[in-house]
Design a protein around this ligand. Structure first.
Ligand SMILES: [Zn+2]
Ligand SMILES: [Zn+2]
Length: 107
């Protein structure tokens, strides 16, 4: 009985050694594009300014009022208060009033 258990372990380890890279490749094929897409969206959100859908410039750093009521000089997409840390899903364009979505959250 012990020999059979040992044999099962040896076969399982041999299978993992022989075909484990296939699982790793599948995981990489999913994770790498997702991570790259996230980094591209983060790059847009961290730029000094973005555009509203009508093309008006919107500064992403400045005086910002969070929905918690705090007014701070900060990044527009997240409240800097350690007591809040809310992410803004969208902000209003200061020129035309249309919604500008948070690039990090857009999929
Ligand atoms: Zn806040
Ligand atoms: Zn606008």
């Amino acid at each position: 009985m012990k020999k059979i258990k040992l044999l099962v372990w040896v076969v399982a380890l041999a299978a993992a050694a022989a075909f484990g890279w296939v699982v790793g490749l599948i995981v990489l094929a999913v994770l790498v594009p997702q991570t790259l897409a996230y980094l591209l969206r983060l790059r847009l959100a961290l730029a000094p300014e973005t555009k509203c859908p009508r093309g008006h410039s919107l500064e992403q750093y400045g005086t910002y009022r969070c929905s918690c009521g705090r007014v701070r000089d900060s990044w527009i997409w997240q409240c800097p208060s350690p007591l809040c840390r809310r992410a803004a899903g969208w902000v209003r364009c200061p020129t035309c009033g249309i919604a500008v979505d948070n690039p990090v959250l857009v999929r």
